[in-house]
Design a protein around this ligand. Structure first.
Ligand code: BTN
Length: 292
């Protein structure tokens, strides 16, 4: 295949990757930009030097609709596990349940392509939550996890995880693991009550490149635990970071709204709710509202 780079379609982060679908190469080219002050554009070089099991290859774009869409194009074109798409800004960032995800400049918005196999795909959201919590805690931020996919600090959402999975012709499952973290971005007024940025919490900006590298290392570490069959350890760690367990909550699902106390998380990542009648009910998806 003629190297996409030789057509001038790719940035420096893409040097060793030759399987870019034609359309996407040009899309990346359209978004190719200058280096940014905190150097996110250099993520490819730094990530390729990480001592990780996943061999990360990073595509950096200044602006896109959603890193999930770019990652999907790459994945469908045969991109390897460990391919990452990172954007300064997303025009149509999305969250779970079709919600829009505010993705202005200054945040960390990226998607990692993983091929975990059917058995592990449902655990990815919790596992990646553990990675994010580990990375933030290591720099002194008291991050906690709200089931199923929110990263919170002092009750405010600072990040979220979106896992979109699809299968190809064979058995293989591709998971697009999207991580959104409010780092140095300002948040719109309507989110101020429920969400926060790390900049707002710390009172100063955080350099995003080292944070991104740290997140990639932790994603690798926790994903490796899953792949090695140590899912229980990951769930136990999730529980230790949980902001949900032990709380009175409302679980909103397509079948209805259920109120009770969140009592446990099971081996598939399911949440157990003890309702007023004493019944314990399992939830595999849904939205949780903390009541107090
Ligand atoms: C949620 O809390 O509902 C999940 C939010 C996930 C946002 C990230 S930002 C990078 C990736 N691209 C997207 O469009 N969404 C995810």
């Amino acid at each position: 295949m003629e190297g996409a780079e030789s057509k001038g379609c790719l940035g420096k982060a893409d040097l060793d990757y030759g399987k870019v679908p034609q359309g996407l190469g040009c899309m990346l080219n359209a978004h190719k930009q200058r280096l940014t002050p905190d150097g996110l554009a250099d993520a490819g070089e730094h990530a390729s030097r990480l001592n990780t099991r996943l061999r990360y290859r990073v595509y950096y774009v200044e602006k896109c609709s959603s890193t999930q869409d770019l990652a999907r194009e790459l994945a469908e074109g045969g991109a390897a596990e460990g391919t990452v798409v990172v954007a300064e800004e997303q025009e149509r960032g999305r969250g779970r349940l079709g919600r829009s995800w505010f993705s202005g400049k200054g945040g960390l918005w990226f998607t990692v392509i993983l091929r975990p196999g059917q058995r592990l795909v449902n655990l990815l959201s919790l596992a990646v939550g553990v990675s994010v919590a580990r990375a933030l805690r290591s720099i002194g931020l008291p991050a906690r996890l709200k089931w199923p996919n929110d990263v919170v600090i002092e009750g405010k959402k600072v990040g979220g995880i979106l896992v979109e999975a699809f299968s190809g012709s064979g058995e293989e499952i591709t998971a697009l693991v999207g991580i959104g973290l409010n780092v140095n971005n300002d948040l719109p007024e309507e989110l101020a009550e429920t969400s926060a940025s790390l900049k707002g919490i710390l009172g100063r900006k955080l350099p995003r490149l080292p944070l991104l590298m740290h997140l990639l290392e932790e994603v690798d570490g926790v994903y490796t635990l899953l792949v090695e069959g140590r899912g229980k350890q990951v769930i136990d760690e999730w529980k230790s970071f949980s902001d949900t367990l032990g709380k009175a909550v409302k679980v909103v699902t397509q079948e209805g709204v259920f109120t009770g106390v969140a009592v446990d998380v099971g081996p598939l990542g399911e949440l157990y709710l003890k309702t007023g009648s004493g019944e314990v009910k399992a939830f595999y998806s849904g939205d949780v509202i903390h009541l107090r």
